[in-house]
Design a protein around this ligand. Structure first.
Ligand SMILES: C=CC1=C(C)c2cc3[nH]c(cc4nc(cc5[nH]c(cc1n2)c(C)c5CCC(=O)O)C(CCC(=O)O)=C4C)c(C)c3C=C
Ligand SMILES: [Fe+2]
Ligand SMILES: [Fe+2]
Length: 363
């Protein structure tokens, strides 16, 4: 294998620090063709679908990629924004804001975002960070709970890039932050803000993305970490066990996934006479198809059709000041020992915030 040519090493080159915020990925457009490309790449990742390659290839190309792109495109069209897919719009804003928050604290860091599937690709953004003089890179997967399908898959991509690179930067990885006090506090604030205007529900449903149940038995910590997040958030809110529920959404295929499933749980609550539910999705760092369409549209309808009266969806942390502060704190701790400090440049932070505001951020 040939390594790409790099500029010759010279002493005294600038040694900068970069952060790469990595999210899942999203189609480039809400069209069947773009969905086919996106789903084709996503669902070919052996970290995501763990069944023998030849058999899965037949199922994926013979069935799934024939029907799902069209159905999914219609769902994406219902949540699409003028600037693009919500997942990408939020992730891009978070990267800009993270640089601003860290800049205000006196850390001079380059922050870029990347998508595990689609654009901007992790490899391209690592090249860009390297070209900008970053010799230290902190990788922040945008997933609070560790899961092999998501977190480890981001690492795979970074390692793949590393295998083709001669002069590797020093890497650090944030494995998870499911029990980080700042993250729990940010979720608590989001819920309390919602309740201060809308009052309290009969139940708070915390819905996390699902996984095949066998991955739990194979040792994936994801299920446990979702429950820990749920418990810590409930404790922070002073909720009793009967006042909240941890559920799993987005089941894919026929295998058993983690239970209880979100939508059937909501239907059961409605049938039990629970009038109002609030749903929050703490596993998603930004709103996306899974929250905006599956929860705020489909699950809402299912709850109301089953006799429920009031359904509130509490948005993800997105670009909220609380969420950004939690991410900045988390990064700051993981940057410890790296020479990122410059004299505090409040103006740089302010300029970055202005850029984020120009992009429509709400902070
Ligand atoms: C086998 C299939 C899937 C596994 C396993 C899976 C795990 C998983 N996914 C997320 C986060 C997201 N998933 C999103 C979309 C999405 N997920 C799957 C399938 C699996 N996910 C599909 C097919 C899709 C696309 C939408 C659809 O066609 O239904 C998204 C949103 C992307 C967006 O563009 O908005 C996120 C985020 C986690 C955290 C996870 C395991 C823990
Ligand atoms: Fe998913
Ligand atoms: Fe979904």
């Amino acid at each position: 294998m040939a390594f790409a040519k790099e500029p010759p090493h010279t002493h005294g080159q600038p040694q900068r620090t970069g952060i790469l915020l990595c999210n899942l990925g999203t189609p480039e457009a809400p069209t069947p063709a773009a969905l086919r490309r996106y789903l084709g790449q996503f669902l070919s990742d052996p970290r995501v679908v763990e069944i023998p390659k030849a058999l899965w290839w037949l199922i994926l190309h013979g069935f799934i990629l024939r029907r799902r792109p069209k159905a999914s495109a219609a769902k994406y069209a219902s949540i699409w924004r003028p600037e693009g897919s919500p997942l990408k719009v939020w992730t891009a804003k978070q990267a800009v804001l993270l640089r601003g928050y860290l800049g205000e604290r006196g850390h001079a860091v380059e922050v870029r975002y990347a998508m595990r599937y689609g654009q901007p690709a992790i490899a391209d953004q690592l090249d860009a960070l390297k070209a900008a003089g970053c010799t230290r890179i902190l990788v922040l997967p945008a997933y609070p709970q560790y899961c092999a399908a998501t977190t480890a898959s981001v690492y795979d991509m970074v390692f793949q890039w590393g295998q083709k690179t001669r002069t590797l930067p020093e890497f650090r990885f944030i494995n998870h932050y499911h029990d980080d006090p700042g993250y729990i506090e940010a979720l608590k604030t989001a819920v309390l803000k919602h309740w201060s205007t809308h009052g309290r529900p009969d139940r708070l449903v915390m819905s996390f993305h699902g996984m095949p149940e066998r991955t739990l038995h194979l040792g994936d910590p994801y299920h446990c970490e979702c429950h820990k997040t749920g418990r810590l958030l409930a404790e922070a809110l002073g909720l009793e066990k009967a006042q909240y529920l941890v559920t799993f959404q987005s089941r894919f295929g026929r295998a058993k996934w983690l239970e209880p499933y979100t939508e059937p749980s909501l239907i059961a609550l409605a049938r039990q006479g629970v009038e109002r539910v609030d749903v929050i999705c703490p596993g998603f760092s930004s709103d996306c198809i899974e929250t905006l369409e599956e929860i705020d549209q489909e699950a809402r309808q299912a709850f109301l059709d089953a006799g429920g009266k009031v359904f509130h969806y509490i948005p993800c942390l997105n670009d909220s000041a609380e969420g950004m502060r939690a991410l900045a704190d988390l990064c700051e701790r993981h940057l410890a020992g790296w020479p990122t400090r410059t004299p505090p440049d409040a103006d740089a932070g302010q300029r970055t915030r202005e850029r984020a505001l120009a992009m429509g951020a709400t902070v």
